[in-house]
Ligand binder design. Structure first.
Ligand code: PMT
Length: 402
């Protein structure tokens, strides 16, 4: 997928610089041509020789070569690159990028680059969380830089927290996804519901479920990569879409999700995917103060929530497509088909909690698509990203038939 692509890798001074060697190796293995530009501080963490050997190109660190005076033109480097990846990106470099400071070759090249820019921050957790760093990242995001958020885990300082540069495999996957973006859904609007809902019992307790938001986020990201303008109505999910430009409307309860989803749908949606695990019941009268235990049994009266999918089914436009999910344990196919009809959808995606690796929280899913015209298609267990790609392929086809 990266064959012939020109990737310029900027390395700054961070212990994570050693991972840059793996990034270069993976990119070269994928067929990309890689050039590396390093700051002076980066050379303390990894040698230019290592990177030159892996990239098969000389390493650029200075504006000119002190031995022969040869000029390293940041302008032509910026023009050469199809992508400028800065990994690791230190707090110092992020701040300079955000404020247009150009005191080294890596930064002047950033200011000259005409290609997409990605930055993978790496630093200690407090530096990462500092408002100055967060603000620098926000500024860069608004200017179109794709920030590959740091991961959480053990840091070089010995502390544990968010600040580790993402793994090279993840970074290369993001690069591939950037180059695979297409325009097939350009000008289309998409709406996705995501995550669980929380139904309050009292101010400290609620009823919810195990949805992580992974499946819905993969769908939203896939739609965004194909050019759609994507809105996600999300309950309190651990995972959120990572593609830039995806708009997120945060909600908590089923009632709030219902109101937000219907309002967004009424603004116009060509593709609607109802992937949230919405609570079917909510406490009839949540207590406004904490319920005290008194040693007795407690009975909770639950009333049904609004069915969002059914509400969309009632008001649906003929020139858009609507897909839902069915999460089942028993009589899976019959239940899925019944939901498809009752909720007036174009297709339903069945996933069963009986299948290992499918459903809540997993990175994989095993699904069957059922269509309104009676067709169906079963997919093997695969990553949620691949399931999302297959689903969006089918939705695009259905949209073409509207
Ligand atoms: O988030 P993950 O951890 O990645 O897990 C993904 C998932 C298992 C949550 C997802 O793949 C999934 O199956 N989502 C739908 C879960 C669900 O609530 O299924 P259901 O069979 O109860 O509902 C059927 C359809 O009606 C769904 O499209 C649901 O969004 C919708 N619904 C349900 C109840 C309700 N009150 N309003 C609704 O719109």
């Amino acid at each position: 997928m990266l064959r012939g692509k020109h990737v310029l890798l900027g390395i700054t001074g961070s212990i994570a610089a050693y991972k840059a060697a793996y990034i270069v190796r993976l990119l070269v293995r994928e067929g990309a041509e890689v050039k590396v530009v390093m700051t002076a501080a980066a050379k303390h963490f990894i040698t230019p020789l290592t990177l030159a050997t892996l990239s098969r190109n000389p390493i650029l660190t200075e504006f000119f070569d002190p031995e022969n005076g040869q000029w390293n033109s940041h302008v032509s480097l910026g023009l050469w690159a199809d992508l400028y990846l800065i990994a690791p990106a230190s707090a110092n470099t992020l701040s300079k990028m955000a404020h247009g400071i150009a005191d080294n070759l890596l930064l002047t090249t950033y200011l000259s680059a005409k290609c997409p820019v990605m930055a993978a921050p790496a630093m200690d957790l407090d530096m990462y969380a500092h408002p100055a760093t967060q603000e620098s990242m926000d500024i860069l995001r608004t200017r179109g830089v794709e920030i590959i958020e740091a991961a959480s885990g053990e840091l070089a300082s010995g502390l544990d927290g968010k600040g580790r540069m993402e793994e090279p495999e993840v970074i290369v996957r993001r690069i591939k996804s950037l180059f695979s973006r297409s325009c097939s859904l350009m000008g289309r609007r998409a709406l996705v519901t995501s995550g669980p809902t929380r139904e309050a019992i009292d101010p400290v307790r609620f009823i919810s479920n195990h949805s992580s938001g992974k499946m819905a986020s993969a769908i939203a990201d896939e739609l965004a990569r194909r050019g759609a303008e994507v809105t996600v109505v999300s309950g309190p999910a651990a995972v959120r879409p990572s593609e830039p430009g995806v708009r997120i409307v945060d909600v908590v309860s089923a009632r709030q999700m219902y109101e937000a989803t219907v309002a967004e749908y009424d603004k116009g949606s060509d593709i609607t995917v109802l992937c949230a695990a919405v609570a079917d019941f909510t406490p009839a009268s949540p207590s406004t103060s904490k319920i005290k235990k008194d040693g007795e049994r407690m009975e909770l009266t639950l009333v049904p929530t609004e069915d969002i999918a059914a509400a969309i089914g009632l008001r649906r436009r003929q020139d858009g497509v609507v897909a839902g999910f069915a999460l089942e344990t028993d009589n899976a196919e019959d239940n899925a088909l019944s939901k498809l009809r009752r909720k007036n959808m174009d297709m339903i995606v069945l996933n069963s909690l009986r299948d290992p690796g499918a459903g809540f929280g997993t990175d994989t899913n095993k699904v069957t698509f059922f269509f309104r015209n009676g067709d169906s298609q079963s997919l093997p267990l695969e990553s949620k990203a691949d399931v999302a790609a297959a689903l969006v392929d089918r939705l695009e086809r259905l949209l073409g038939q509207c």
